[in-house]
Design a protein around this ligand. Structure first.
Ligand code: CAA
Length: 295
């Protein structure tokens, strides 16, 4: 079995920075690549803040925090991923962007490097097939916030070898995660069930069933969900939710995956949820409050 020591993470957004943190926490050397210095800096600060909180709570020593941060290298250059044993792609949910990236990586990296994508809805075989290593290519889908969520979906495409699948599953366990195995079907397990639910929450708001706050409160207190559907859509990112829904609708042509017009309008308006400061809720003040959408 190939032994994994150095892990490349491409994309340092919410998912990429969380993934980089848990991989470094598990003792691996991590090389994180982003296209812009500003995004690298934001990710570095986010990890630093989370670890500092762990230090303050007595869950991490100052020395361990420094050692963990020392295992992460930040770069703008894709070439620096050449030495990685495993590369985790966590860029925008866009088939063509991801395929372009994997074409470049395939030329850059030795044949032994395993590629995985953190995609939540794009077919793994569609990404793997632009490389010469479709047998050493799998899906590894993490959940937000990555440092807290136990689940990882490990996805085996029709071209993933049994050995690659085993290495990737073992790697997920080594991160302290609980893997589940999913077929390479659009949305895997979680998004197949979660996305229609989030969209139904938006449809309920659009239909005037209740206010955003009451829809969320109903699901929090009525079903013990940690967040209601609109809060959760804001948390995932409305642009990401919209992209996933479109990909799933395209794949299955089922109404339940069709993004409601309100979601589309919000994305066009730049209301991308928590990360942009505004979605169904406004996060710019000390306490979130519902955004006035004129409904
Ligand atoms: N990153 C890391 N740690 C975080 C965090 C984050 N984003 N948000 C909160 N935490 C930590 C806090 O620091 C706090 O730690 P301490 O105990 O050390 O203080 C702890 O979590 C609890 O924090 P809070 O009391 O502020 O938050 P909470 O109890 O309300 O929990 C939550 C926050 C874990 C995010 C919870 O609301 C939750 O589980 N929400 C649902 C998340 C979910 O469903 N995620 C999956 C989304 S789908 C997806 O990711 C896949 C996809 O393809 C769309």
């Amino acid at each position: 079995m190939a032994s994994i020591k150095t892990v490349g993470v491409i994309g340092a957004g919410i998912m990429g920075s969380g993934i980089a943190q848990v991989v470094a926490q598990a003792g691996y050397t991590v090389v994180v690549r982003e296209a812009e210095q500003r995004l690298l800096d934001t990710a570095r600060q986010a990890i630093d803040r989370r670890l500092q909180r762990a230090v303050e709570k007595g869950r991490l020593t100052v020395e361990d925090k420094a050692a963990l941060l020392g295992r992460i290298r930040w770069t703008l250059a894709l070439e620096e991923l050449r030495g990685a044993d495993l590369i985790i792609e966590a860029i925008t949910e866009d088939l063509l962007l991801k395929q372009d990236l994997f074409r470049i990586l395939d030329r850059l990296c030795p044949p032994s490097t395993i590629f995985v994508s953190n995609t939540s809805s794009i077919s793994i075989v569609a990404l793997a097939s632009v490389t010469e290593r479709a047998d050493r290519f799998a899906g590894l889908h993490f959940f937000n916030p990555v440092p807290l969520m136990k689940l990882v979906e490990v996805v085996r495409s029709i071209r993933t070898s049994a050995e690659t699948f085993r290495i990737v599953s073992d790697f997920a366990v080594s991160l302290g995660k609980e893997p589940v195995t999913a077929k390479d079907q659009c949305g895997f397990i979680v998004n197949r069930l979660l996305v229609p639910y989030l969209l139904d929450g938006i449809r309920a708001l659009e239909a005037g069933v209740a206010s955003a706050a009451d829809i969320d409160k109903a699901m929090r207190l009525g079903c013990n969900h940690p967040m209601g559907p609109l809060e959760l859509a804001d948390f995932v990112g409305l642009d990401t939710t919209y992209a996933i829904a479109n990909i799933m609708f395209e794949e299955f042509r089922e109404q339940r995956y069709a993004p409601p017009p309100l979601l589309k309008k919000m994305v066009i308006a730049g209301y991308h949820g928590r990360k942009s400061g505004r979605g169904f809720y406004d996060y710019t003040g000390p306490m979130p409050h519902t955004t006035d959408l004129g409904l």
